[in-house]
Ligand binder design. Structure first.
Ligand code: PYR
Length: 365
């Protein structure tokens, strides 16, 4: 197969979808790899390293899309890429379609076989191609939250860990999944007082065991959410319902009741966001906005800012699936691998992921 690797063009998106190790494996398996020039530069990878493994470098994204059977990306195509996709092409990337009707319409119209990293799901319900980036975003959420709490960034002017004789910040983490656990690790490490709130009691038991008393846990219900939100200095949301639009667990009234200068980091923004006062995603260039005196951070590609970590974490997980797709063909690979089949979001002019169709509220299935 001919595998195309375009350069990512979303705002401050510095990751690349395949590394020289990936090109090495693809070429060894008899495939041709087309890489857009400088696609890996921001992740520290020169064109010459791809060439050394047998890739061909093309000067323009247009040529990569036009000549490839499968396009492998990191982020969902943005508007300027819509016209480049070829009818019937396979697209393997993060798609996040549930809150994105325009892209879904294009993929359906062009009969793209759209396989989304974020809905590939193993029998134990884990998400092997989302987990690495959830780890990154979870850890980053505390870094950015701590920074935004600084007065010079609009926050109340508080150090997350406090100092001797001064209490630490209150950090509220919604969801005890990968994002939540990684955020908790970082926040505890910086000395904050951390509470994880989740609907699952067994999951909270796990948090309690793992952190051995260093993290408080709270069962999620609207009352507890409101009480905890009110006293938090930093709220991090890592809510996820696979494939679906994120539920709006933090209401506008809860935000209004928060302390002035407190900070919200909504990692669920990719799936439409979990905070009522966040109605749009932001960019790394302009990551925050203020509403009701609270700083809101809603960057949709957080890991894009740390490509030296993220590119390698992501491609280490995606490569085995990519090899399966190109060696067997997408259909055969999905038939043999139920986890990969769950990644299929669009196929032959249909939406094939229930959560996406429901999120779009359109008669797609
Ligand atoms: C990202 O890492 O940007 C995702 O979309 C998960």
């Amino acid at each position: 197969m001919i595998v195309g690797i375009p350069k990512e063009i979303k705002n401050n998106e510095y990751r690349v979808s395949v590394t020289p190790a990936g090109v090495h494996a693809l070429v060894k398996n008899g495939h041709q790899v087309l890489v857009e020039t400088n696609a890996g530069l921001e992740s520290g990878i020169e064109d010459s390293e791809y060439i050394a493994e047998g890739a061909l470098i093309l000067q323009q994204a247009k040529a990569v899309f036009a000549q490839s059977d499968i396009i492998v990306k990191v982020k969902e195509p943005i508007e300027s890429e819509y016209a480049l996709m070829k009818e019937g092409q396979t697209l393997f990337t993060y798609l996040h379609l549930a809150p994105n009707l325009p892209l879904t319409d294009i993929l359906v119209k062009k009969k793209i076989t759209g396989i989304a990293y974020e809905t590939v799901q193993l029998a134990d319900r884990s998400l092997p191609l989302l987990i690495p980036m959830s780890e990154v975003a979870g850890r980053m959420s505390v870094q950015v939250g701590a920074t935004m709490l600084q007065r010079d960034h609009g926050g109340v002017g508080m150090l997350l860990g406090g100092v001797t004789g001064v209490l630490p910040a209150e950090v509220m983490i919604i969801g005890a999944g990968t994002v939540g656990m990684n955020a908790a690790k970082m926040a505890v490490g910086l000395g904050a007082h951390v509470t994880v709130i989740d609907i699952s009691k067994p999951r909270l038991t796990y948090v309690d065991d793992v952190f051995n008393g260093r993290v408080s846990t709270l069962v999620s219900n609207p009352y507890n959410m409101a009480e905890l939100t009110k006293k938090s200095d930093l709220l991090i949301s890592g809510v996820l319902v696979v494939g679906e639009k994120a539920p709006k667990l933090v209401t506008e009234d809860m935000v209004k009741a928060m302390k002035k200068g407190s900070v919200i980091v909504d990692v669920a923004i990719d799936q439409g966001g979990s905070v009522e006062t966040i109605d749009h995603s932001t960019t790394h260039d302009n990551p925050c906005f203020e509403k009701h005196g609270v700083i809101h951070y809603s960057v949709a590609n957080m890991p894009g800012a740390v490509p030296r970590t993220s590119t390698y974490a992501l491609t280490g997980s995606t490569l085995p699936y990519l090899l399966d797709i190109v060696n067997k063909g997408a259909e055969a690979a999905m038939k043999e691998n139920p986890a990969l089949l769950l990644g299929l979001n669009t196929y032959q002019g249909h939406v094939t992921c229930k959560g996406v169709a429901e999120g779009l509220n359109k008669e797609y299935i």
